[in-house]
Each structure stands twice: as structure tokens, then as C-alpha cells.
Design a protein around this ligand. Structure first.
Ligand code: ZN
Length: 114
């Protein structure tokens, strides 16, 4: 399952970046995703809580922030962003567009409890 391996990856990265004695106090993990990663938020939340059950990350949450697509049209040379997946340029209707950040998937912040 797509979301399960993503959740595993997130857990591995958090475990590597946070001091092991502080792992239990991870409150929130903010994740940036591109629109084209096709992540289903509910499935990711479910996989994350199933995989962290009984671990030091059991009480932490993940928060997904979907980035608007950053698009460049090679016909009219316009640059724009879109909250939806697009297949052609809204200005000149060419399909020669390049999406720059659709497959982003990264942890933007790890928030610890006080
Ligand atoms: Zn265009």
C-alpha cells in the first residue's frame, strides 16, 4: 500500500532526526505534499497510527499540507500555480506544460511538546 510505505518512511526520518530520548514528545509532524503524489490523507493517518501504536511516536500526529502546483507553459511562457491538477494551459490551452513540484513529499517541521 502506497500510504503505508510513505508512513514508514516518515517514521524512519523522524526517528533519525529526533534525539531518541525526545521521540515520545513529538507532538506534530508537518508534511508537505505535491498534488500529484496521490496520497489519500485518511489512509496515511490510518497507516501512521497503526504503525506507531505502542511506539514512542504513538501520541504524535501528522499534518498534511498540499502545495499548489507550480506550472510553466513552454508555449506562452507563463508561470502560474494551481490548486487542481491541470492538463493544459489555462491561458493558451497548450498541453506543453511542465509541473515543477507535483511529486514533493517532505517533512517540513517536527513539533515537540514543551
Ligand atoms: Zn500557455
Amino acid at each position: 500500500m502506497h500510504e503505508q510505505s510513505i508512513a514508514l518512511n516518515i517514521i524512519e526520518i523522524v526517528e533519525q532526526s529526533v534525539d531518541i530520548s525526545l521521540l515520545h514528545s513529538v507532538e506534530l509532524i508537518r508534511i508537505r505534499t505535491g498534488l500529484l503524489t496521490n496520497i489519500m490523507p485518511e489512509a496515511l493517518h490510518f497507516a501512521f497510527s497503526a504503525l506507531t501504536k505502542g511506539s514512542k511516536l504513538e501520541n504524535s500526529r501528522i499534518e498534511l499540507n498540499t502545495l499548489p502546483l507550480s506550472i510553466h507553459c513552454s508555449v506562452c511562457q507563463k508561470e502560474y500555480t494551481s490548486e487542481e491538477i491541470v492538463f493544459d494551459c489555462p491561458f493558451c490551452h497548450s498541453d506543453l506544460i511542465t509541473v515543477n513540484n507535483g511529486d514533493v513529499l517532505s517533512i517540513s517541521e517536527i513539533v515537540l511538546k514543551d
